[in-house]
Write a protein that binds this ligand. Structure first.
Ligand SMILES: *Cc1c(COP(=O)(O)O)cnc(C)c1O
Length: 479
């Protein structure tokens, strides 16, 4: 496919902008561009076709099944986009006088109240712009808490070996030392091992429940109590709330602070790099440390406040406000029962798929799963030479986005599937048929899978190069 610069023809352009009707200003010589700006020149129809062609090369939730584990790539209702795109929201400026943005503050305030109710927290800040960013802010809460009590020797954050990769990274960024705790044979935290690593140096624990194996840890109350007894705090990675919203609350599991991924669970499409929102929530005793500003309400209406011992700002202004509008619309349109039904169907869909596939593929932890489950293709690879990567590539030829691969690290040849609640039984059945077909192909024609995909523009890029040396800019011949 040609790039815009390759399609460009001199003096071919689209004159969409009317002539300027304000007086032109002559800039200082030093501000003037020295060379001509090398912009592609195209007609409107060619430009439009170019972007349509590009869009066809991508795979999104609106193109087909997208079971990317831990990412909750579900369909997001259009109504949420429509409300967020209302001109009265779009036209807001973050420095407008407070009395002119009371409606926007009400959105933040109501969202805070509803999300606190869903999570069992007491207060929340919408500043963090992503899940990992929320983790970082949450860990700073823990840090400030220990500092305020002159308990500075608490430098360790305990993280299970099944944790999402961002957890140890955020803990390190926040200045803590990461202590790994292994999983037991059921995929939960090994309690005996946990007891061995807690102590006076424990600042806290970071945990996802259900974890990235899609399993709910039944020992959760005992786990959080062990940490509290040692003087540490418990941080809940709430990126996977899709499995439990409306049913179980991190606050009731003994967690002191959390983040949510509004762009996974609460109706903001994601995967293209944002905008996201990772609000950080906490129990009352931590709220003085929250990022500033928070939204409060009194008899005069809504206003911003700086929490007493605030960690300061972790982002400009109030976070990604439009994402919060979508989340509020989503929660209100589903209602209390709808939220519960969504998580119920997410879990039902995952168990349905797992049970259909386990006749062919090995399930890493064969027990009732939550929103996702993990297959291990170690046996298949041993038998046929076909790896998890080959199966994932094979799926592309059937219009299915691959599951999360080679993660969590404790499962070999892992494929982690999260079907989400928005898929129908028919879609799940069709996807299972494709998986079964690929399993057959692995035995009959492994070579076809080693060289898959056969229908995509790009088949097997060098992943290290693609990640480390991406070419993001067009290189002109005379550059
Ligand atoms: C997605 C995810 C994160 C990170 O969220 P980002 O918005 O990508 O930074 C953290 N933890 C878990 C369990 C996740 O699934």
């Amino acid at each position: 496919m040609k790039l815009l610069f390759e399609l460009s023809k001199d003096n071919r352009r689209l004159n969409l902008i009317p002539p300027c009707d304000v007086e032109q200003v002559q800039l200082d010589e030093r501000h003037l561009r020295k060379e001509k700006l090398n912009l592609p020149q195209l007609s409107e129809v060619d430009l439009s076709r170019h972007y349509t062609e590009l869009a066809k090369q991508a795979h999104g939730v609106n193109d087909g099944f997208y079971p990317l584990g831990s990412c909750t790539m579900k369909y997001n209702p259009r109504i949420d986009e429509e409300v967020a795109a209302h001109p009265n929201f779009l036209g807001l400026h973050p420095t407008q006088p407070i009395e002119t943005v009371q409606g926007a503050l009400e959105v933040l305030y109501q969202s805070k109240q509803l999300l606190c109710e869903i999570t069992g927290m007491d207060d929340m800040s919408f500043q963090p712009a992503a899940g990992a960013h929320g983790e970082y802010a949450g860990l700073l809460l823990i840090r400030k808490y220990h500092q305020a009590r002159n308990d500075e020797e608490r430098v360790n954050i305990i993280v299970p070996d099944s944790a999402h990769g961002t957890n140890p990274a955020s803990a390190t960024m926040a200045g803590f030392k990461v202590i790994n705790v292994p999983s037991n044979s059921e995929g939960g935290v090994d309690i005996e091992e946990l007891k061995k690593v807690v102590g006076k140096d424990t600042a806290g624990l970071m945990l996802t429940n259900p974890n990235t194996l899609g399993l709910f840890d039944p020992n959760i109350l005992e786990i959080t109590e062990i940490i509290h007894e040692a003087g540490g705090l418990c941080y809940y990675d709430g990126a996977n709330m899709n499995a439990i919203m409306g049913r179980v609350r991190p606050g009731d599991m003994g967690f002191d602070c959390i983040h949510l991924n509004l762009h996974k669970t609460f109706a903001t499409p994601h995967g293209g790099g944002g905008p996201g929102s990772g609000p950080v929530g906490c129990k009352d005793f931590l709220k003085d440390f929250l990022p500033k500003p928070t939204v409060e309400k009194d008899s005069n209406g809504y206003h911003f406040e700086t929490p007493k011992d605030s960690m300061g700002q972790v982002r400009s202004y109030y976070g990604n406000f439009d994402v919060v509008v979508k989340a509020l619309t989503y929660i209100k349109s589903l209602g209390k029962e709808g939220i519960k039904e969504a998580s119920g169907n997410a879990v039902l869909n995952a168990n349905y798929m797992m049970n259909k596939l386990k006749k062919y593929y090995d399930v890493a932890y064969d027990q009732i799963c939550m929103h996702e489950f993990v297959l291990t293709l170690e046996g298949l690879k041993h038998e046929t030479g076909v790896s998890a990567m080959d199966i994932a590539k094979g799926l592309l030829d059937y219009g299915i986005h691959p599951p999360t691969m080679y993660f969590p690290l404790i499962v070999h040849e892992a494929l982690m599937l999260e079907p989400t609640e928005t898929e129908s039984k028919e879609t799940l059945d069709e996807a299972c048929d494709v998986f079964i077909e690929l399993h057959k192909m692995a035995h009959e024609n492994p070579e076809h899978l080693h060289t898959a995909p056969h229908k995509c523009l790009i088949a097997r890029p060098n992943e290290v190069d693609a990640a480390r040396n991406p070419i993001l800019r067009y290189v002109f011949k005379n550059d």
